[in-house]
Design a protein around this ligand. Structure first.
Ligand SMILES: NC(=O)c1ccc[n+]([C@@H]2O[C@H](COP(=O)([O-])OP(=O)(O)OC[C@H]3O[C@@H](n4cnc5c(N)ncnc54)[C@H](OP(=O)(O)O)[C@@H]3O)[C@@H](O)[C@H]2O)c1
Length: 335
């Protein structure tokens, strides 16, 4: 039976008296953790763009300092005051307030409300679940938004931006598995072979979706799109989407502005579907994990996965902010 071994290590982000924010591996005890019914011994956490912002104390993500980042974790229930969860259960948590409003998964133990916890789906384990993490979960919601609108593979190609990133890679892999013809947009031409291995039919550079002209509509090309970057690329894709197409938007690494007119919506009936994974309702959350562990299940090649320890997170922050990370990063909760 798991027991809670104290003290335990966590990555704590804090501000020094001179105002500098940094992240350090520190000892914590259960008394330091936020309130909640379930204590989970973390086996794996994962690293996402949002975690990089949290590691820098970004006020858009972190409510107050000190803070423990980590928006995803998977492991074993170590203590429970809830009738729904027993010590020894294999579980995962993604989103809600984990690693944002509340201390997160870059810790040997987390304490969370019982209704944040998801039973480990059959066919997955902690490592596979964290290879998916918020990135794969967001990709699944994006694909779901396209399928829901009955845009099936025969309707035409689907474009995915930020294709070597976490959400992008999972989107390429799931869409390809479902039989879509996928065009992957990537700034990393050296990763084209990997994107083809994941199922992309075509790999193009970022310039292919970077039209900053003021033309309200462009030549239509895509039946649907999973956009993970926002800004001009998202506006370009919306203006290039076929009649009744659907474009999902989840990210802003290329910009938060959307330079656009209403023409794609009122002349081509294009849908812009917003994706918000953190506050995804529980019924949909469970449905997405069901897909991810059954009919949409894909194992990313090992070369898409990197394991790091808590001490290595700060270097990874610099790399993801520079858009240099490829695939998914798994975080082991140890020094
Ligand atoms: N709304 C939600 O619920 C939700 C959930 C998860 C993630 N997100 C957001 O989705 C975005 C992607 O997240 P992620 O975890 O997949 O991040 P990530 O692993 O860092 O991937 C982002 C990818 O975008 C591309 N990119 C980076 N900088 C760019 C730029 N300036 N212009 C164009 N492309 C650029 C890069 O891919 P290439 O080099 O291949 O082009 C990079 O790998 C982030 O903005 C994140 O905050 C939102």
């Amino acid at each position: 039976m798991p027991t809670v071994a104290e003290p335990f290590v966590a990555l704590v982000v804090d501000k020094s008296p001179d105002g500098e924010v940094s992240a350090k591996v520190s000892d914590l005890t259960l008394a330091d953790l936020p309130a909640g019914e379930v204590v989970i011994e973390v086996e794996y956490a994962s690293f996402n763009y949002k975690d990089a912002l949290a590691c820098q104390g970004h006020p858009g993500v972190v409510r107050s300092l000190p803070h423990v980042p980590g928006i995803d974790c998977a492991g074993t229930v170590a203590a429970s005051d809830s009738d729904d969860w027993n010590v020894g259960d294999s579980v995962l948590v993604t989103g809600y307030g984990l690693g944002a409003e509340q201390w997160g998964g870059y810790s040997q133990y987390v304490r969370v409300p019982a209704d944040w916890v998801v039973a480990m789906p059959e066919g997955l384990d902690a490592r596979r679940a964290m290879a998916i993490g918020t990135a794969g979960f967001t990709a699944a919601q994006s694909v779901s938004a396209i399928v829901e609108r009955n845009i099936l593979p025969d309707k035409g190609p689907v474009v995915v931006t930020g294709a070597t990133g976490g959400v992008g890679m999972w989107s390429v892999a799931i869409l390809a598995k479902l039989g879509y013809e996928v065009t992957a947009v990537s700034g990393k031409s050296e990763q084209a072979a990997l994107l083809r291995q994941l199922g992309a039919a075509e790999v193009v550079g970022r310039d292919a979706v970077n039209d900053s002209s003021d033309r309200p509509l462009l030549k239509s090309k895509w039946a649907a799109a999973v956009d993970t970057v926002g800004g001009v690329p998202l506006a370009t894709i919306l203006r290039s989407t076929l009649h009744r197409g659907c474009v999902t938007a989840c990210g802003l690494v290329a910009g938060a502005d959307l330079p656009l007119t209403v023409h794609p919506f009122i002349l081509r009936g294009v849908t812009l579907a917003g994706i918000d994974s953190a506050k995804c309702p529980r019924a949909m959350r469970l449905e997405m994990w069901k897909h991810l562990s059954t009919d949409w299940k894909v194992d990313l090649p090992e070369e898409c996965l990197t394991e790091i320890t808590l001490s290595e997170v700060s270097d990874r922050v610099q790399q993801i902010m520079a858009g240099k990370v490829v695939g998914r990063t798994l975080v082991l909760p140890k020094k």
